[in-house]
Design a protein around this ligand. Sequence first.
Ligand SMILES: N[C@@H](CCC(=O)N[C@@H](CS)C(=O)NCC(=O)O)C(=O)O
Length: 311
Amino acid sequence: MTTPIILYHYNASPYAWKVRKALGIKGLAWQSVKTPVTLPKPDLVRMTGGYRGVPVMQLGADIFIDSGLIMAELEARWPEPTLYPNGNSGLPQGLAFWTANWFTTCFQLLAAKIGDKFPDDFKADRKAMFPTIDIDALAAGAEPFGAKGAQAAAEFRAHAALVNEQLADGRDFLQGPRPSRADIEAGFPLVFVGHVMGDLAWLIKGLDRLAPWFERLEALGEGDRADLPAEDAQRTAAEAMPAETGFDADDPVDIAPGTSVVVKATDANRGEVAGEIVGLGVARMSVRRQAEGVGDVVVHFPRAGFRLHAG
Ligand SMILES: N[C@@H](CCC(=O)N[C@@H](CS)C(=O)NCC(=O)O)C(=O)O
């Protein structure tokens, strides 16, 4: 029996949309464990040990953090149809770092438009997670020129124009006739504005290739979703053994297998995960920990964007 794919997420999460779109391109069946939008997220945190971001994937007793690492694991285990047609596998993964930058304009736009209506618990939660984004100033609208959020909108359009330009020769998807990771990365800021804010048209006015391209992307679906109670996901982990992990002795970080560590994201306060380092490689690091009521799990993190701290 193949290991079921379990995704911890919520529908409005654009980062989770990326993974759902990868599942759609691959036509995979998967199980959905819903998390709240703000803390507390007990079912998620029980498995991760403290990371509170979304999406997170569980395969047996292995827990994968971050949309990029999740898609890499999906590609490794279910290679066809590929997310990387024509051998384009390196830089399309790197696009995640570009579109994460583009995505900051989306949150700024949201705060500028409706930040004054954010529920208090949501605002406090996001302030704690993104201490560098001043939601109140954005909501108050300190713009020297134009309407509230005008400069975030202009910056959004500058990024979106790159996608429009890539589509200029009439191709269906960014790398040709087949959808790829590049489409997923470039699509997710549009998801936020389209799904969460509900008004994409004005922002992409004049960028005429974007709407039909985004419709093609949406038409790829999300694979075959079934809801799963969190307790069933926990039972799956309890009955499984974590996979073996490699340990690169030449890693720039000088650390012995089994050392106690704490792992944290570098871009925002997404929580800390404490455990014993059991895997280290150029693309990922893995920490073994005990999940309450479940037993041993191994939590996998990408190297880019996460750091090891003394445990
Ligand atoms: N680098 C992470 C970023 C994930 C992220 O920012 N997720 C948002 C949801 S779209 C989040 O964690 N929001 C706070 C939360 O859900 O608690 C990834 O690619 O998975």
